[in-house]
Design a protein around this ligand. Structure first.
Ligand SMILES: C[S@@+](CC[C@H](N)C(=O)[O-])C[C@H]1O[C@@H](n2cnc3c(N)ncnc32)[C@H](O)[C@@H]1O
Length: 405
């Protein structure tokens, strides 16, 4: 009785707060993606606080059974292409789905029911399964499906780090790329993730596609205004490279930047990545990238382009420990002109970052990398002769703007 009274007192202000946020929603100017939407995020946060406060402590552990089981079934269904067999309109019977994925009906029904129970899939009529907006992403967005296969369902499905890893390597932050929790977990210690993936057919292609997928919900849309590059660039020789996306993968970020700065000459923009990746990006022959320079390189060695106006490096440094990250940035700092800028696109952890940020950090720990705090970035950037001018905070990726000291 007393407990319920205390709970009611705790819930009342949360509910008022929730009502206020809901009132603000119709006029919110937030973007369409959940992670970009501050109003939606605060609604989710308050709702989560209400759930946490309302659930008896022991029952919160039952959530773990649900999370593990949901991941397991999603993994199996992705592997069987089961999400592609469910129509985007209407539904399919358990029996027909079982036949389509060559599994028996009792197994298929049990697996499907798990995802129906959490609302991931729907059951519009008895023993029929249909997509929801969430599950249909797996059927419609192959880039995102690849990311999920990569991060959760094919490769990292084992825990981010096994406790046995720390028995073997000591209870220390993993920093050795060849002896990462991931390499240990899949029984290939001594190899980097790139060596492991390059030896597996199709894995690198899944990775590159997955990075495009990650861009859907981890991106710099609206975080940094790149338009000054065109204005400033016009004052310089047309031979000067104005923008380099270092480790730019398939070019999705450079393409986004170009779309936001129409006056930026493509011929003065460059995508750099490992030779095979840069080559594959060029071969995409994307008309929106027509004229862009593509250069195969190794960011662990000297930066091949001197004095570009902007060096942009996004979601690369979180793959590496501090010493390796400093070396990568040192190569860029060494060739920067006095007016060059280094822009680092990465998550920036703060004490109030959402759990997702800390989840991504542990996923990076699996490959001996890490997400970093403001203080971590300051230490790295100053060690290579640069200083942080400003951090442009985003709701997922932020932009750390650095200049020569
Ligand atoms: C995590 S992905 C990030 C890709 C892209 N910047 C993004 O934000 O989606 C890391 C990128 O670094 C590239 N990379 C890895 N090692 C590299 C190296 N030694 N030199 C240049 N690029 C490298 C990978 O091919 C990949 O495209």
């Amino acid at each position: 009785m007393e407990e319920n009274k205390a709970l009611a007192e705790k819930l009342a202000p949360l509910c008022q707060d929730l009502a206020r946020q809901i009132d603000a929603l119709p006029t919110a100017t937030d973007g369409p993606f959940d992670l970009e939407s501050k109003t939606r995020l605060s609604i989710v946060k308050i709702a989560q606080d209400i759930i946490n406060a309302s659930k008896p402590p022991y029952s919160q552990f039952s959530d773990l059974y649900v999370i593990h089981s949901e991941i397991t079934v999603q993994k199996i269904f992705l592997k069987w292409d089961a999400f592609d067999k469910i129509p985007l309109q209407g539904s399919i019977s358990f029996a027909d789905l079982a036949a389509a994925v060559d599994a028996d009906v009792p197994l298929t029904s049990r697996l499907a029911r798990m995802l129906i129970s959490t609302g991931f899939l729907a059951e519009p009529e008895r023993n029929h399964v249909a997509h929801t907006p969430r599950s249909s992403i797996f059927a419609m967005d192959k880039g995102f499906a690849s990311l999920m296969k990569l991060n959760y369902y094919d490769e990292f499905v084992k825990p981010v780090a096994k406790p046995e890893y720390f028995d073997t390597y000591g209870r220390k932050e993993p920093v050795d790329k060849a002896h990462s929790p991931y390499a240990f977990g899949i029984g290939e210690p001594g190899k980097t993730i790139w060596e492991i993936w390059q030896s597996r057919p199709g894995m690198m292609a899944t990775f590159i596609q997955g990075m495009r997928g990650a861009n859907v919900f981890m991106n710099i849309r609206g975080v940094y205004d790149f338009s000054w590059i065109a204005t400033e660039g016009a004052k310089h020789s047309p031979d000067r490279v104005l923008l380099i996306d270092v480790g730019g993968g398939s070019g999705h970020t450079l393409k986004y930047i170009l779309s936001t700065v129409p006056g930026l000459p493509k011929s003065q923009c460059m995508l750099q990545d490992l030779p095979a990746v840069a080559d594959a990006a060029e071969k995409l022959k994307d008309p929106e990238m027509d004229g862009v320079q593509f250069l195969g390189m190794d960011f662990h060695a000297s930066q091949p382009v001197q004095g570009a106006l902007v060096y942009y490096i996004q979601r690369c440094l979180h793959d590496y420990n501090d010493a390796e990250s400093k070396k990568i940035l040192q190569h860029i700092s060494d060739v920067m002109a006095p007016d060059s800028k280094l822009l680092i696109g990465e998550m920036v952890l703060t004490p109030v970052s959402p759990p997702f940020f800390y989840g991504v950090d542990l996923h990076m720990m699996a490959v001996s990398g890490k997400e970093r705090s403001v203080e971590d970035w300051e230490a790295i950037v100053t060690s290579v002769g640069l200083r942080i001018k400003k951090i442009h905070f985003g709701t997922s990726v932020s932009v750390v703007e650095c200049v020569k000291v």
